[in-house]
Design a protein around this ligand. Structure first.
Ligand code: MUC
Ligand code: MG
Length: 372
């Protein structure tokens, strides 16, 4: 079956967060969704989404740059042509456009949504078939206040929404951050897993000092403690400390995954569709990890429902042994879909309708869009 892309439209949609979200490099008060509508042969419409974190503070593509790459380069390249599937689509995009994986991820998602709707199957089926209908989801405590984070954690445990948490540290002096993280872990208790994400803020010396103290306090997974380019030290750290090292920024795609794995990295990989160029591309990284015995974690770029669901379809075909953090829609005050995702008992339910299985609320899209 081949699908011809007739038109691609793109919007920037700004949605406020429910509270400030404080990371080592930025505090977010709003998330921008770059939304893609792909109109295809047979009148089928596919939707995709790309997000990043804090403008240009997480990676080299801003929301505005993602839209510009789509409008000026990728849409003209893809329109009025038939594609047999995501491999042909990705080969075409990669032949003319270097990098820009966030933009490519939104387009690959939209294409899979359209293909799934055409074939009347969920995207998970196009990616290999799902192993599960729901996945565990942690929540990130990142209000910037230890007390508020503890209250928020207790409330979410009591509501049954989450049973595991991630903390964002690295913005403050080391002793302040350690006190903050250890106090939260102690307050939430032994049975609640808590991990920290440093977003590259430490150097090797700081990491070697901090990680054993966190481990002693029950924090057993440490995400991206040192800069992404310092692959040699990330491998060394993974072999030297007792805690599990979770590579995030350092492992965007299967090339980096292979390099880390073959260099002797012993931690886990955070998969993200945006880093890899889409839900089908990220599965290539997962295969490299599986071959090397590296555990998988389902990462978020704090996507709205569309990006979250696209990721969930991919994760559903894999064994996510280190869990997932697909809570993005819950951090936003509103969303642009008709039916919100179902979060319950520490899990999210993966939609099972054709394509992504999500319907867009066009009034809300207009309301929050910058360009309408
Ligand atoms: C990151 O670096 O992992 C994921 C969860 C969260 O709160 O921020 C993101 C980014
Ligand atoms: Mg991270």
């Amino acid at each position: 079956m081949s699908l011809t892309i007739n038109a691609i439209e793109c919007w920037l949609v700004d949605i406020p967060t429910i509270r400030p979200h404080k990371l080592s490099m930025v505090t977010m008060g709003c998330q921008t969704l770059t939304l893609v509508k792909m109109s295809c042969s047979g009148g089928v419409v596919g939707w995709g989404e790309a997000t990043t974190i804090g403008g240009l503070s997480y990676g080299p593509e801003s929301p505005e740059a993602i839209k510009s790459a789509i409008d000026h380069y990728l849409a003209p390249l893809l329109c009025h042509q038939p594609f047999t599937g995501v491999e042909a689509l990705s080969r075409k995009m990669n032949s003319v456009v270097k990098g820009n994986t966030f933009a490519k991820s939104a387009l690959e998602t939209a294409f899979l949504d359209a293909q799934g709707k055409t074939l009347n199957v969920p995207v998970s089926e196009l990616l290999g078939g799902r192993l599960t209908d729901e996945l565990p989801v942690l929540w990130t405590l990142a209000s910037g206040s230890t007390e508020k984070d503890i209250d928020e954690g207790h409330r979410l445990i009591a509501e049954g929404r989450h049973r595991a948490f991630k903390l964002k540290i690295g913005a403050n002096a080391l002793q302040t951050d350690l006190k903050h993280a250890l106090a939260i872990k102690a307050a939430l208790g032994e049975n609640i897993p808590v991990h920290v994400d440093v977003n590259q803020a430490w150097d090797m010396t700081t990491a070697l000092l901090a990680i054993p103290q966190l481990f002693k306090g029950g924090i057993t997974m440490i995400e991206q403690p040192i800069p992404l380019h310092d692959q040699r030290n990330l491998i060394a750290l993974s072999q030297r400390v007792e805690a599990t090292l979770l590579a995030d920024e350092a492992v965007p795609d299967y090339h980096c995954g292979f390099s880390l794995a073959s260099g002797g990295f012993t931690g886990a990989f955070a998969l993200k569709i945006a880093k890899a160029g889409g839900p089908a591309q990220v599965i290539k990284l997962a295969r490299v990890a599986q071959a090397a015995g590296i555990s998988l974690y389902g990462g978020t770029m704090l996507e709205g429902t569309l990006g979250t669901v696209s990721s969930l379809h991919a994760w559903s075909t894999l064994e996510m042994k280190s869990g997932t953090e697909m809570f993005g829609p819950l951090l936003l005050k509103d969303d642009i879909v008709v039916q919100s995702l179902e979060y319950r008992n520490g899990h999210v339910v993966i939609p099972s309708g054709p394509g992504l299985g999500v319907e867009i609320d066009t009034d809300k899209l207009k309301h929050y869009s910058r360009n309408e």
